[in-house]
Design a protein around this ligand. Sequence first.
Ligand SMILES: Nc1ncnc2c1ncn2[C@@H]1O[C@H](COP(=O)(O)OP(=O)(O)OP(=O)(O)O)[C@@H](O)[C@H]1O
Ligand SMILES: [Mg+2]
Length: 340
Amino acid sequence: MTHENTERPHANERLTLRPTSRGKIVGTSAKIRGVIETIDRIAKSNCNVLITGESGTGKESAVAAIHDASKRSDKTLVTVNCGALPEALMESELFGHARGAFTGAHVTRLGRVAQAEGGTLFLDEIGELPMPLQAKLLRLLQQREYTPVGDNRTIKCDIRIIAATNRKLADEVARGTFREDLYYRLNVIELNLPALRERPEDIELLVEHFYRDSVAMSGRDDIDGFDAEAIDAMLAHDWPGNIRELENVIQRAVLLAPGPVIRREDIPANLQGARAAGSSAMPSQLPDEGINLREVIEEFESSLVRQALERTKWNKNQAAKLLGMNRTTLVEMVKRKRIG
Ligand SMILES: Nc1ncnc2c1ncn2[C@@H]1O[C@H](COP(=O)(O)OP(=O)(O)OP(=O)(O)O)[C@@H](O)[C@H]1O
Ligand SMILES: [Mg+2]
């Protein structure tokens, strides 16, 4: 990809398939077109959808696309990460609680289900939902009703439910850690998002897409595309972290490349293949004499954090985003490493 290419007006616009409230779904492969067709077909219905796919394949983006294309798009899309809280807290997170339901419940609190009324409830990482809550979720799915914690009312609701997982739920069912009846209720329609390595023809398009975004965000006006070796390394990589990994690689390369052209050395060592020997700070191959792994990682981390901060003029939000971490983590890291 060259500078001229990226400046050509809307070079890949015709291949950019679907804008959603969460960004664009970019791709041209038969697989991604199939995904978008399915999204269009199911969006107007009210059926439950189970979205499956490896980490970073775009499950959350697919949910946004379904919600945006549905009749519920003017109402809220509420996301709950089912693995984020211990069981007791998760129940009140989902269903709300009455005042005095437990120590600390000073006021009545609406749950996420109530917040999604009329709209879509997205249950992310559904495979992590503790068993007792799976029973309560089944009731919600079957009867569209629930009872807040510490309450005795039955509340009816009108929501569409979409769940996502990167686990094989059928295996969890076989192991007895996921309820079979819940699995069949959720799995009315399964939308499987292909791994990036199954649709390599989309890689270059995605690189271009994230490159444009990253350049705009970095504030760098000197940056001038990739050299052929860098592109080759990205095409040859199998992207276990899928689109998220690719997005992070591009963001970091745009932010941290010392020169205007992003070279093979400017992308992470694991993408560089056996040909690259790597720098002394971050060897891609273990030297004969060995290394102090902790020190090397610490040093590498500090260097990237420092560069990110310098390049964003110490805008911690922007720097954190470019490093793929949240602001609090960055602030703690800066303090711990005494970067300044
Ligand atoms: N088809 C696509 N085109 C362009 N960008 C995409 C596409 N799908 C996802 N993305 C972007 O890739 C990143 C990862 O997507 P998303 O968060 O939806 O993945 P996920 O499957 O939910 O990941 P995880 O399993 O880690 O939660 C996001 O920044 C998203 O905007
Ligand atoms: Mg996700």
